[in-house]
Design a binder for this molecule. Structure first.
Ligand SMILES: Cc1ncc(C[n+]2csc(CCOP(=O)(O)OP(=O)(O)O)c2C)c(N)n1
Ligand SMILES: [Mg+2]
Length: 312
């Protein structure tokens, strides 16, 4: 889990460098949310369960099997990008092999699709589980409520995980969320749990229970992982205009990666030598991926129509 968190963070940091060098047009970051993402995805069976991640879920897709190379090929819009052949925005994940269903840009549309996939699992008598994720603002739209209701009526094998990172671009949680997100599950007739989203083991535990419950055919669970977006919304906004530096610094002290690293060191699971070795290994993998993606060919402009029209 620690390795996947680190891999997601270093790939993300590399993405910002590529953006500031003028090579990557747009970055949307997972920094700060790695514990929620890796802790949840670690419970899934890649290629068996279905996943509807949202644009920040680099930690989820990397836990399922995407590599820094896949990520950076997508970021730079190259033909070899396994998500879309360089045709989608970065963060719009897709993999037939890993059962990651292609993402649409409107917030929240993944939830009814996820409930539908869970209904298909149930109708076929299969034991697959669906994980669907989004930010706290995605719970303000109708799609989320419709999906929650459908999942509740039919006891569908779906886990909704809301990564509550306090902001929706510039809009703070207090102007976005009425009451409690986790508490809303009660109205749809299934459990809702709030967890510390910066504690990877807490999220792992909550998701383990939710996934097991879904696999047993007992129905959905809502997990609200409380976390914080450490970067601006994307590479295109200036967060100094809507939040205080002190607030970010306070959350940086709760960085999920340093926190888990400390835990592993204290419990003797990892020693400093192993930690440094792992760090070097991850950095080398990301560096190689970056060079590879930069040198990879772009898609042909004609390929932009593939899968869109039957005939160009
Ligand atoms: C229906 C819709 N409205 C607005 C947008 C523009 N938009 C993109 S991301 C975003 C913020 C979403 O915030 P949240 O769900 O909290 O996720 P976060 O980005 O904080 O992780 C908005 C408003 C959109 N993509 N779709
Ligand atoms: Mg948010």
């Amino acid at each position: 889990m620690y390795r996947y968190m680190l891999l997601a963070r270093r790939t993300d940091e590399r993405s910002w460098i590529l953006n500031r060098q003028g090579k990557a047009a747009f970055v949307i970051s997972c920094q700060g949310q790695e514990a929620a993402q890796v802790g949840a995805a670690y419970n899934l069976r890649p290629g068996h369960d279905y996943v509807y991640p949202y644009y920040r879920d680099h930690g989820i897709v990397m836990t399922l099997g995407m590599t820094p190379r896949d990520e950076l090929l997508a970021l730079l819009g190259r033909r070899e990008d396994p998500n879309s052949g360089g045709r989608q925005m970065p963060g719009h994940f897709s993999s037939r092999e890993l059962n990651i269903v292609t993402a649409s840009a409107p917030i929240g549309v993944q939830y009814p699709q996820a409930a539908g996939t869970a209904l298909a699992f149930k109708m076929r008598g299969e034991d697959g589980v669906v994980l669907a994720c989004g930010g706290e603002a995605s719970t303000s739209g109708g799609d989320w409520h419709e999906a929650m209701n459908l999942a509740g009526i039919h006891d569908l094998p779906v886990v909704f995980m809301i990564e509550n990172n306090v902001y929706a671009i510039s809009v703070p949680e207090k102007f976005q969320v009425a009451g409690s997100i986790a508490g809303r599950a009660e109205g749809y007739g299934f459990p809702g749990v709030a967890v510390d989203g910066n504690d990877v083991l807490a999220v792992y535990e909550a998701a383990r229970e939710a996934v097991a419950r879904a696999r047993r055919g007992e129905g959905p669970t809502l997990i609200e992982a409380r976390t914080y977006r450490m970067t601006a919304h994307s590479s295109d906004d200036d967060d100094r205009r809507y939040r205080e530096r002190e607030e970010i610094e306070a959350w940086r002290l709760k960085d999920p990666i340093t926190r888990f690293e400390k835990y592993l060191l204290e419990h003797g699971v990892l020693d400093e030598f192993q930690r440094d070795e792992l760090d070097e290994e991850v950095k080398a993998e990301v560096k190689e991926a970056s060079a590879y993606a930069e040198n990879a060919p772009f898609a042909d402009p004609d390929e932009g129509f593939a899968g869109v029209y039957a005939e160009v």
